[in-house]
Design a protein around this ligand. Sequence first.
Ligand code: SF4
Length: 345
Amino acid sequence: MTSSLLPTDIEIDMVPDTMTWQHAIATAVKNIEVLASLLQLPVAALKKGQDAHQAFPLMVPMPYLQRIEKGNPNDPLLLQVLPDIRETDTISGYIKDPLAESDFTPQSALVHKYKSRLLVIASGSCAVNCRYCFRRHFPYADNQLSNDEWQNTLNYIERHSHINEVIFSGGDPLMQKDKQLAARIQSLETLPQIKRVRFHTRLPVVIPQRINAELVDWVNSTHLNIIMVWHINHPNEIDEAVIQAANTVRKAGVTLLNQGVILKGVNDTTAVQVALSERLFEAGILPYYMFTMDPVQGAAHFDVPLAQAQKLMGQVAAELPGYLVPKLAKEIPGQKAKTVLMPID
Ligand code: SF4
């Protein structure tokens, strides 16, 4: 195996206990040949997605890679991160901005769709490139949250007194340094109208080491309610390290929820959805939303028809107590809230 991106002394089964989240990001696998070698898969098969990789590069850190079964080209975690030749197909109805977010961007780095909640694009990068991401074409370069933009954000909130919750999204908001996150939270504390701060993040799932002492410090030091909505799609994503990370943030007082997306070939069966909810509960994370996929260009092969999704969640509801059944929802541009879809028998 040769790659300057991967330290030669790290093997897939040997991620050192001392690895920091920054190190995990710096050593993430970004090369298809390296991925094939680590997972013992034929390079030629993986290279079919080369054009998709050029457009939206492969990126998968070692702590996540460890959870992918070697030799299995259909591993549900691998399918979420592996560039696929079908991403380059042009499919009618699958577009670059499926939620029309550009229509709800009052100023750079902000999305204001719902009355009391303001979404802030806190970072343009992630720890992993999920192939189905609805923001895979988002113009992050035009939406950088500089200090000036942050001040503009605070001014915007003050002009809109009905905003009582700020949602940090991205990209992944936990890609920001803890020092900067602490400063952002401190400045939100000066606005009496703000009651809650929410983080939509996949980083602690991909790299559980992200939940470190520095993060716990700023969570502990604010009087604001902190909510984290993690993004987990499959029970195999929840290993012992993820459970530990979840315990740590809950002990720090964070309300911890999960939202996932129904993806063909990944989690579109009753057995997987039931196992996901059970595993989430073991980890102390409550299932919140399960979304149907947003029709983003490049991800049509993951889409599951609406009626099938409703039937699936109907079967899930028949097997689980209500508190473990996530709300099946769809985001429709222009609606005042998410559209909740009823499960069907
Ligand atoms: S972590 Fe979230 S924002 Fe980043 S690529 Fe994955 S789905 Fe998209």
